[in-house]
Design a protein around this ligand. Structure first.
Ligand code: 3PG
Ligand code: MG
Length: 395
């Protein structure tokens, strides 16, 4: 069922409580190292500001432990960066539902924006607490979920807050609408051939995704450390590669279910240590020497994968092919990214590492969609629905 978006509601003079996912990576000095999630939230933020709404932004940042280390997880630097992007003053409230937040919210004029402090500084957020939700809902006339990266969570701000809004409008933001359009709708009726490229460290993280995509894709290409668990399950030699020995049975089961659809690497780029300057070898898959570990797919695999990707109508990519942060073990991931960018398929890049990789290679603007969700995009590719979206108003 299509959801009402923020563009569908009148916001002039109204206070909009927008849940965003400003969970951005920070360095040790609290500098934002990747602002994709803030940039992607801008169209919905502008939609409210430009039409004279009063905007209250709420988000979590990291996973605060309730000790002194938490100060590093303040949203203050994020509010400052947002102000630069919007080219207007953005208020920051030093708490979430306390005196500071109440004062800031009551001070808002039409077109103003305030960012409240990290939701998870209050333990009631993770507990889905109703009292906490009531306080937040009490700030606003309209609720908007624009936090795609958090849509798989049932934290208070995602579920209890929209419920506490009662009959007031509860809508999706434009980012959530777009993520659903790609990660759910495009996959439900894909242009074929439909190719999935899955990588990353663990089979166990991707079981649900592999199962779901094997049902709907024409080919599923598997790389990353995950491939070594598959190799092990076929009796291959994996040396010191990262494997999940307890998932070998599962890998066999997936191989059987996948049949010809499931493509595994035919060769491997391995090294004698986890470092950029280790001794390196290209070997046939399943023949990794004892003192070596697999760190990337090999060149033959990269070529085969690129060919399948080149012929695709739709490509979904989630998870790197190797240690892309550590050249020369970025080559397989790069080959996949370039093949996707070169092709004319509808191309959907899952969040997390694959989004970071496509950004690192400078190819993000040559794909159809880069998801802002890590866990959320995986959940969506597993075919799951989200309570945080389901309960919002339908068109
Ligand atoms: C993410 O980065 O995956 C989202 O912001 C959700 O964060 P969480 O995994 O800590 O709930
Ligand atoms: Mg996460």
């Amino acid at each position: 069922m299509a959801k009402k978006t923020i563009d569908d509601v009148e916001v002039q003079g109204q206070t909009v409580l927008m849940r965003v996912d400003f969970n951005v990576p920070l360095d040790e000095q609290q500098n934002i190292t990747d602002d994709l999630r803030i940039r992607m939230a801008l169209p919905s933020i502008r939609s409210v500001v430009d039409r004279g709404g009063r905007l209250v932004l709420i988000s979590h940042l990291g996973r605060p432990k309730g000790d002194a280390s938490d100060s590093a997880l303040s949203l203050k630097p994020v509010a400052a960066r947002l102000g630069q992007m919007l080219n207007q003053d953005v208020l920051f409230a030093e708490d979430t539902v306390g005196d500071a937040a109440r004062a800031c919210v009551s001070r808002l004029a039409d077109g103003d924006v305030v960012v409240l402090e990290n939701l998870r500084f209050d333990a009631r957020e993770k507990k889905g607490d109703e009292g906490f939700a009531k306080s937040l809902a009490g700030f606003a006339d309209i609720y908007c979920n624009n936090a795609f990266g958090t849509c798989h969570r049932s934290d208070a701000s995602m579920v209890a807050v929209p419920l506490a809004m009662g009959d007031k409008p509860k809508v999706v933001g434009l980012l959530v609408a777009e993520e659903i359009r790609y990660l759910s709708d495009a996959i439900a009726s894909p242009r074929r051939p439909f190719v999935a490229v899955l990588g990353g460290a663990k089979v166990s993280d991707k079981i649900g995704v592999i199962r779901n995509l094997l049902n709907i894709c024409d080919s599923v290409l598997v790389g990353g450390a995950m491939a070594y668990t598959f190799s092990l399950s076929q009796g291959g030699k994996v040396g010191g590669s990262l494997v999940e020995a307890d998932k070998v049975g599962l890998a066999q089961e997936l191989l059987q279910a996948g049949g010809d659809k499931l493509m595994l690497p035919v060769d491997c780029h391995c090294g004698d240590a986890f470092s950029a300057d280790c001794a390196r070898q290209i070997v046939v898959a399943g023949e990794i020497p004892d003192d070596y570990q697999g760190l990337d797919i090999g060149p033959k695999t990269a070529e085969q994968f690129a060919e399948v990707i080149g012929g695709a109508g739709t490509v979904v990519w989630n998870g790197p092919m190797g240690v892309f942060e550590m050249p020369p073990f970025d080559q397989g991931t790069r080959a996949v990214a370039e093949a996707i960018a070169r092709g004319d398929s509808i191309s959907i890049i899952g969040g997390g590492d694959s989004a970071a990789a496509i950004e690192q290679f400078g190819l993000a603007d040559r794909v159809s969609h880069v998801s802002t969700g890590g866990g959320a995009s995986l959940a969506m590719l597993e075919g799951k629905t989200f309570a945080a979206v389901e309960l919002l108003d339908n068109v």
